[in-house]
Design a protein around this ligand. Structure first.
Ligand code: FPP
Length: 225
């Protein structure tokens, strides 16, 4: 039986969720943050799940209206401030990925603080992808190792990435069927699940069902059974 050791989620549909309720888009992000908490806690209780990587802010998200970007930054700050206790209680290690140099100093400090304070936790690893894009991640990795005397190997490049772990299962909520520059290297053999559910409506029950379906898939990794 397959185990979904590393699950990654493209959390899409916050804006539409809010618009359907005639609310401002940011209300959808607020509701989405609560679901991040619930899904993370659920995964931390499942011993088979080692990593949960969540696409929280992409390198392309800067193109959104300034006020929405500012709201997302504040929400992230608030989330991390209030989550530290929860991470520690649930033995969750926080390992962000992405290039956070573009964030404000105080947000960078908060991110660093949560990372350091949870570094000893050996339960679930929750990675938030922050100012993350797979192309950017790969380019930064290539630049780190480009002066190597030897030819670059798959292992060398893989180890220079922010996220050094292959993904087993990628879920995208919100109905679209694309990867949107998320974990392109690590997803080489990932199983992809798409659901129409908007992220704020996504539940632990639906995740449980997707994981159950995943466990039944025959994964051959390019070989034969
Ligand atoms: C996509 O919804 C979601 C995002 C751009 C960011 C994800 C953010 C959250 C889930 C909330 C904050 C997270 C944390 C960790 C505090 P969308 O706005 O693209 O939705 P749409 O496709 O309906 O417009």
């Amino acid at each position: 039986m397959n185990k979904a050791r590393h699950i990654a989620i493209i959390m899409d549909g916050n804006g539409r969720w809010a618009e359907l309720r005639e609310q401002k888009r940011v209300k959808g992000h607020e509701a989405g943050a609560k679901v991040v908490r619930a899904i993370t806690e659920f995964c931390s209780c499942d011993k088979d799940i080692e990593r949960l990587t969540l696409y929280a802010f992409s390198t392309e998200n800067w193109k959104r209206p300034r006020l929405e970007v500012e709201f997302l930054m504040k929400l992230l700050q608030k989330y991390l401030d209030s989550e530290l206790e929860n991470y520690l209680q649930n033995n969750i290690r926080f390992e962000p990925i992405g290039d956070i140099r573009a964030f404000s100093k105080s947000l960078r400090q908060t991110i660093q603080n949560v990372k350091e304070k949870t570094a000893h936790c050996d339960g679930l690893v929750q990675s938030l992808a922050l100012n993350y894009g797979a192309h950017d991640e790969i380019l930064r990795a290539v630049n780190k190792i480009k002066n190597s005397q030897d030819d670059i190997t798959e292992a060398m490049l893989g180890n220079a990435l922010d996220c050094k772990h292959n993904v087993d299962l990628i879920i995208r909520t919100g109905g679209d069927k694309r990867l949107s520059n998320f974990l392109l290297w690590q997803a080489a053999y990932a199983e992809l699940f798409f659901t129409d559910t908007l992220w704020p409506d996504f539940t632990t029950n639906e995740l449980e069902k997707i994981i159950k379906d995943f466990t039944k898939i025959e994964r051959r990794f390019g070989g034969l059974k």
